[in-house]
Design a protein around this ligand. Structure first.
Ligand SMILES: [Zn+2]
Length: 141
């Protein structure tokens, strides 16, 4: 039997999982709320990583640290299904320059090499989101 070659191909989905965890560790609380109370956050209902510009259609921003913030399940659901405006307002208040840059590149397709994916993956594991920010910005340079 031929020995199976060990490949460690990284998928964007696998890197996304690690990125999402790093965002939740960075924020450690529901950051973006509407007028309503937070839903329960506990072991069975963990904080979620919520993208401002959705991953679908904005693949270039899926790993951008200013495009994702922790939310409780309720406010995450609210962002996607009921009232997207409170997230927009929050972004305009908390990171207007980053929002303006993201507006300028959103929708531009980006190709991730294995090397870039592995750099993002390792940086997320080390909670080095500043490096992730620089990597993503370079993809559009
Ligand atoms: Zn909340």
């Amino acid at each position: 039997m031929v020995k199976r070659k060990r490949t460690t191909k990284l998928t964007a989905a696998k890197v996304q999982t690690e990125f999402n965890r790093a965002i939740v560790r960075r924020d450690a609380a529901c950051m973006v709320k509407d007028g309503g109370p937070c839903s329960i956050v506990d072991k069975d209902h963990p904080l979620q990583c919520s993208h401002f510009f959705p991953v679908g259609g904005n693949s270039g921003l899926r790993f951008y640290p200013y495009n994702a913030f922790a939310q409780c399940a309720g406010h995450h659901m609210s962002h996607h299904n009921r009232d997207p405006l409170f997230y927009s307002k929050w972004m305009q208040i908390h990171c207007p320059d980053e929002l303006a840059w993201m507006e300028s590149v959103r929708g531009i397709p980006v190709r991730y090499s294995q090397y870039v994916l592995s750099c993002i993956y390792e940086s997320c594991k080390e909670d080095d989101l500043e490096t992730v920010r620089e990597i993503v910005r370079e993809l559009f340079a």
